[in-house]
Design a protein around this ligand. Structure first.
Ligand code: SF4
Length: 604
């Protein structure tokens, strides 16, 4: 089958063994690539392990479109058993490392074991080495990227962790190209637990495709179509920040640890404020709608900003100065901490301080206090010790009623959308396969423009439809979903791209089934790894049910628990899962996952 290098690179850091394995046709047909491959590998190889032990594995997985001359195809998925949630964890990242891995002839790299001393993996086509990382251990991601480029050349692809990953902060992520980030559920901590500081890749080969001429021609047309779209120019100006003011107007901007949905100083932070401060833009390889907005932060350093960062490190912590938000954003990237989780942890600490649940004083919007917390998280001391395992564990340490306002689902902190009056988006967070992340079903814009307050069947169906496309298709291809979502790039292109790359026609129905298969497999993974699984794990945080909004046009609104529960039951029904959210035997069999039934033990 074309479209693939066809090989998995396996690196064992305990014994130094490096091997190359073939990917079977069955694997390619059933799981396509990216998240699909990662979920299958983790199901088969990583069960019952401590996520930070040498028994865990980390998977770097590309898809059949990665690295090809097609719109926004410079992405890969990094997946592992998550130390933050205890379940399946992954994140995509835009990086030259994804492109180079494919050019070197590998679709996937699995890293297992643990090195005795700090190391990094260097791949140059067939040559794969495990090298000492003492000179970069302890350094920030930016400094490490500089050093690695000095050693290996500026054209390499780099995936690197910061001091937070080294110290195994459980929301440590992976950074590339000084600002691209991925792997929210602690993928950086897993690398740190293996003493793996970085991966550098250089590939000089060609990615084999079925019909190169046709693929290039369609790629050109695709890039052209994107540039001609009505919203293209505005997107280029603001990127994801175009949504900021809309969120404020619709009471879904995360404000003061998700207490509120509107922020009185939103104009100081919104897309237009950003435009005024913008000095450059950058983004992922092979993308012609790059969305990384560069501004000078309050310390006159360059930082790449997007909506999630500004939402969580701005209104969510009461910070009303864009350049100060930039300082925290840049420090998070340097230390290798996920900005969404960091913003949630800081908001949590501020609320705990306000309520007198912690001794330390940390006021809303206090830049210096936030900087200290970031440094301390990277060193695991002071308040950093309180939050380094995320808000779920922080609430256990802090006590009181903090469990009710620790904003997470399954241990992963909620992304930047307040859901007091968005039941569909709440369901999306509740049923996301990695915890409360917006990636899989950003249903909020459809929801607000249709029947916002309903708990309807249509809304549940929309969540599933978006999960199939966003969480199934795009995460497996592996390309960025934003051209489709943000500038209305035609979905019909993707089956055509796949056909030109692979030489096989895949229908939309088959692609939907692929998404369902991946979801069922990931859900099975959660069940197998969490013997105390129950449907409450698919609930959003209590705050949205118990404490109504006290400000704005939607003052008084909150979610209705019983009606949410009905939505959840409908969701399970559509997915073919039982009343506890466990995939039924017949569902698994229809999806070609009959072998998974045995792995579910008493649940199977
Ligand atoms: S739109 Fe943004 S996130 Fe998507 S590929 Fe382009 S730069 Fe990366």
């Amino acid at each position: 089958m074309k479209g693939y290098g066809g090989r998995i690179l396996r690196v064992n850091l305990s014994d130094g063994k490096i091997s190359k394995e073939e990917i079977s046709d069955e694997m390619r047909r059933k799981f396509l690539g990216g998240r699909g491959f990662a979920a299958k590998i983790l199901w088969d190889e990583v069960g019952g392990v401590d996520p930070l032990s040498e028994d865990n594995k980390i998977v770097f997985s590309t898809g059949p479109l990665t690295g090809l001359p097609l719109p926004s195809s410079g992405k890969m998925v990094i997946a592992s058993k998550s130390p933050l949630t205890g379940g399946y964890g992954d994140g995509n990242i835009g990086s030259m490392a994804a492109v180079h891995l494919r050019r070197a002839g590998y679709d996937v790299m699995i890293v297992e074991g643990r090195s005795e001393t700090p190391c990094y993996i260097a791949i140059q086509d067939e040559e794969v080495k495990i090298l000492g990382a003492r000179e970069i251990w302890g350094r920030t991601t930016f400094e490490s990227q500089d050093r690695l480029e000095a050693n290996h050349g500026k054209t390499i692809g780099v995936l690197v962790i910061g001091p937070a990953g080294e110290k195994m902060a459980r929301f440590a992520n992976v950074i590339s190209q000084r600002g691209r980030a991925g792997g929210r559920p602690g993928m950086g901590a897993v690398m740190g637990s293996k003493n793996l500081k970085a991966v550098v890749v250089k590939g000089t080969g060609k990615i084999p495709v079925f019909n190169e001429k046709k693929l290039r021609e369609m790629g050109r047309k695709g890039y052209g179509e994107i540039k001609g779209k009505e919203n293209y120019d505005f997107w280029i100006r603001q990127g994801t920040m175009q949504v900021f003011e809309w969120c404020n107007e619709n009471s879904c901007l995360p404000t003061l640890n998700f207490r509120e949905g509107t922020f009185q100083f939103s104009k100081r932070l919104d897309g237009y404020a950003l435009e005024g401060a913008k000095v450059d833009r950058k983004g992922c390889p092979l993308c012609n709608m790059q969305c990384g907005n560069i501004i000078k932060d309050a310390e006159n350093r360059n930082v790449e900003m997007d909506y999630e960062n500004v939402g969580m490190l701005g209104p969510n912590i009461g910070m009303d100065d864009l350049r100060k938000v930039g300082v925290l954003n840049r420090m998070a990237d340097e230390y290798g901490l996920d900005t969404i989780s960091l913003g949630s942890c800081l908001g949590f600490l501020m609320e705990a301080s306000e309520r007198g649940l912690i001794y330390e004083r940390i006021a809303w919007g206090d830049l210096d206090a936030c900087k200290k917390v970031i440094e301390d998280t990277g060193k695991r001391r002071g308040l950093g010790e309180t939050i380094y395992e995320g808000v779920r564990m922080a609430s256990q340490r802090v006590g009181g009623n903090s469990r009710d306002w620790a904003m997470h689902v399954k241990g992963l902190e909620v992304s930047a959308y307040n859901c007091h009056a968005c039941p569909g988006m709440a369901l999306s967070f509740g049923t996301s396969p990695i915890g409360a992340h917006h990636k899989d079903a950003w249903v909020i814009s459809w929801e607000i423009s249709t029947d916002r307050f309903s708990y309807s069947k249509e809304k549940v169906e929309k969540v599933v439809e978006l999960q199939r496309l966003r969480g199934g298709l795009f995460e497996s291809l592996t390309t960025c979903r934003l051209p489709w979502i943000e500038v209305d790039f035609g979905l019909h292109w993707y089956p055509k791209y796949l056909e030109a790359a692979m030489g096989e026609e895949i229908s939309q129905g088959e692609l939907f089934e692929l998404g369902d298969r991946i979801y069922a497999l990931i859900r099975s993974y959660w069940i197998r790894e969490n013997r105390s699984w129950n449907r409450e794990m698919d609930y959003p945080p209590s705050r949205w049910f118990e404490e109504p909004l006290s400000k704005g046009d939607l003052k008084g609104y909150k979610l209705d628990r019983a009606r949410y529960d009905e939505m959840l039951s409908r969701y399970y029904e559509i997915r073919g899962w039982d009343e506890n959210g466990i995939p039924k035997r017949e569902t698994l069999e229809v999806l070609g996952l009959g072998d998974v039934v045995g792995g579910l033990g008493k649940h199977g």
